[in-house]
Write a protein that binds this ligand. Sequence first.
Ligand SMILES: [Zn+2]
Length: 352
Amino acid sequence: MTRRMDQITALIPLKRPLTLLCLAAALFSLSGCVTVRTRPEQAASLQTVCEQNGVNWYWDSVSQAVTMSRGALSARGMVGSEIVVIDQQKIFLSEPLKRQRGRIQVPADFYRKVILNLLGSEGTVSLRPCRIILDPGHGGKDPGAIGSAGTYEKDIVLDIAKRLKTILEGYQYDVKMTRADDTFIPLEQRTEIASQFVADLFISIHANASTTNRASGLEVYALKQLDRQEQKDPQRIKNLDILFRKLAMQRQDKSVENIVTDMLYSYKSSESFALAQAISEEVEQDTRARNRGVYKAGFFVLRNTLMPAVLVEVGFLSNAREERQLNSNQYRQKIAEGIARSLREYITRLSY
Ligand SMILES: [Zn+2]
């Protein structure tokens, strides 16, 4: 549009403003059917930018969800939000998708960040690296489980988390720990750190204890279904506030906010279990430990985080043999490698 106007104005003497005005009006009324090439770096209508690039799009006027697809690749966004999910990875636009005069307007960086990714073009911006929170349980005044030989859970899980961080950073993921030393961090704060970091995944690491010294093996927990009251836990609401502030979401529209909240929850519910299964299988393979399976639970850090979250119980400190194993550097390294590999495979599967 701009280019056409420029070309035409150059031919019209400036002393004829009325003619210019009429021409501008005529051009404006024609703009719906005249093909106007969209420059990559300018705000445009979703319809124009998709149609020019052979991208299928669909806007659901009730949920405000926008779906775009080309070949096997698809992207999802929402009017009022600047987040677009491309094959499960979040990207952040400079401004939210907006509805203007019955059309969806996309910001200037939409072409570069979304369309080029859907086209699989060269020069595609790389998607944001996966952000992972590692949460070694307990710490400081809270030792967690204590083995019969005096091993503290807090030390074992911190060491595993540090090893895991090193491996994951080697894969170019962004990793943050809720604690990197022997400090007591309340559960509330752990979930807030995850929202502040706008994490994609939350991995809590613990060691088990049982009243019987025979119990052994690995357990991985995913979130159980939350009832309405649990979904409205004050900590959960606080974390949503933190996340929305971090994302600079437009807060005026409560319905958009509710839809995004529901989207986050259903995504978390479906993905947490898949992630837990992946971890359970890989760690079993590396450690040859007894695999006690994947469970659903309502632990605080699973309940009140907003991203897919799992809690890994790496073994029983109440079992003398497992306590010895967990005290070995080699065994802890194997656990870290198993978790890291399962995360990488899980993330890769989401990206393609
Ligand atoms: Zn624990």
